[in-house]
Design a protein around this ligand. Structure first.
Ligand code: RB5
Length: 152
């Protein structure tokens, strides 16, 4: 799979590890930076990852910051992006089964490297369950269409 990968300064170390794991598993990694631990702003890198997913140039995205929260908040602003901040294996699994999440946001200050690796593996390998969940995602897309870019 083509996977867009990005991080801020807090997520840099974990991004390198995740990148190696993804490549080892045979995925193509589109690394969107950042490329050092110098302080930067997470929305810039979440946007780069989400843009590729939204445009269909990457099938999945993984964005890493301190908590995963800022990355998920930003990525979810782009059309068609379903970003989930998952710092445990259960939510990673269900974000795929029930929500068909196409962006995983990870918190490098929350999870250690071993758990992060397992979260990524689980998230990459778990399929979407479809069925009643597909109906809910259709509704989600409808809501996005109704409110996209506008305040109610
Ligand atoms: C950076 O200090 C931190 O705020 C950022 O990595 C992230 O956790 C934001 O959601």
């Amino acid at each position: 799979m083509k996977v867009a990968l990005g991080c801020d300064h807090a997520g840099f170390g974990l991004k390198e590890l995740v990148s190696a794991c993804l490549r080892e598993a045979g995925h193509e990694v589109l690394d969107q930076g950042t490329f050092s631990e110098s302080s930067c702003d997470y929305p810039d890198f979440a946007e780069r990852v989400a843009r590729l997913v939204s445009a269909g140039e990457a099938e999945r995205g993984i964005a890493i910051c301190g908590t995963g929260i800022g990355m998920a908040m930003t990525a979810n602003k782009l059309p068609g992006v379903r970003a989930a901040a998952c710092n445990d294996i259960y939510t990673a699994r269900y974000s795929r089964l029930h929500n068909d999440a196409n962006v995983l946001a990870l918190g490098a200050r929350v999870v250690g490297p071993g758990v992060a690796e397992e979260i990524v593996r689980t998230w990459m390998e778990t399929p979407f369950e479809g069925g009643r969940h597909a109906r809910r995602l259709e509704r989600l897309a409808e809501i996005e269409g109704q409110h996209g870019g506008r305040r109610p």
